[in-house]
Design a protein around this ligand. Sequence first.
Ligand SMILES: *Cc1c(COP(=O)(O)O)cnc(C)c1O
Length: 487
Amino acid sequence: MNKQDQPLIFEMSTPGRIGFSLPELDVPEMETEELIPEQFIRKEEPDLPEVSELQLMRHYTALSKRNHGVDSGFYPLGSCTMKYNPKINEDVARYPGFAFIHPLQEEDQVQGAMEMMYNLQENLAYITGMDEVTLQPAAGAHGEWTGLMMIRAFHEANGDFNRTKVIVPDSAHGTNPASATVAGFESVTVKSHEDGLVDLEDLKRVVDENTAALMLTNPNTLGLFEEHIVEMAKIVHEAGGKLYYDGANMNAIMGFARPGDMGFDVVHLNLHKTFTGPHGGGGPGSGPVGVKADLIPYLPKPVLVKKDDKFHFDYDRPQSIGRVKPFYGNFGINVRAYTYIRTMGPEGLKQVSENAVLNANYMMRRLQDAFVLPYQQHCKHEFVISGKKQKKLGVRTLDMAKRILDFGYHPPTIYFPLNVEECMMIEPTETESKETLDEFCDVLIQIAKEAEENPEIVQEAPHTTVVSRLDETTAARKPILRYQKEQ
Ligand SMILES: *Cc1c(COP(=O)(O)O)cnc(C)c1O
């Protein structure tokens, strides 16, 4: 037994035990050498665990229960929109007509799937106020990069080769400056004002004839709506720059406001956030990008178009930035998002934003006395609190995050955004009940009290998990992903 009291599957092995039963071979047996070239044949038998089917089942089921997921508990990870993934989406994604088609099939045979994609594009264009949408990008950051490449192609087509800078507020999501850099731009920071919103004077200072675009995360990572958005759009447009809207958190404004109406030229959405795609384990995601008319020629190809009531992939796009993803995007996630949009309807989607904002504000007000609330105004879908008060007592935000694990919840995002000391960024989502929000607030308030009365219990947390404090840097930099059997 290893010290985590669950044996490794290798430790459960009993020689000769098997986990399968197959009928007798009823075809002539062939020698391995006849099937596989000599150099690829292993010289020794692999050292595999020998267990029964039931042992195997119990082992992996036990391991899976150690995971925390949206289906097992509250997951208020700020900026990640860990909301419930309706199971009807899964049913529809498994329809044979969707699940068993192949991307190389003739267009004539997959008109239904293409119609679904086309309708989704149209719906997303409507929701964002854009003229056309591509479903190709596989994630939010991928959408950002795709959008910036289109902006670059636009400027270059206008003979504007000196637009090398992308302006990014310091309250933007971390992927924004990263995408700008990967797309070959110089990322220039614009500061926030003390109210948490972009400082317009600083914006005017950094905008010039080299500005390719402004990338705006709205609501920003403090959960605040950029109130001067129309003015910002004007400043950047007048300088000849384009406006990029990071719409990953569209669940804050959906049905109430549209980036297209605010003057934005490009927007990406995260279907794996706002539109209920599951996003555990790094994917698959979907980050569609919408553009205004003057950027349509640069959309990734092929572009899905409708002609004479038939759907068709158009490759004849000489100004396209090219393909950004094999085939046509993460089709299965797009089916889930389309199912969600159709089951909710326009009124339902609007209510989503309303409830996401209500839930966040409710929690923020319940927590404002136990912690420090750095921004007093109403928030959108998420908010930040600071553990400054607790830090003075020797309890860090990291300690409190670890203590939350003892209560069976996933902790919020911590130490981000960087401009808030000892930050905790909480996003409840609209799918949680008031009871869950209250229980979680009670836990946080209790932890704040523990920090005053019994700090050790917080500093030494978690107490109930299989492992306690890990060396997270080494775990990330030098992960041990494979069992090394002792000889
Ligand atoms: C999640 C998020 C992103 C990045 O999306 P990925 O799919 O993780 O690449 C970008 N911007 C904002 C505001 C986000 O919340």
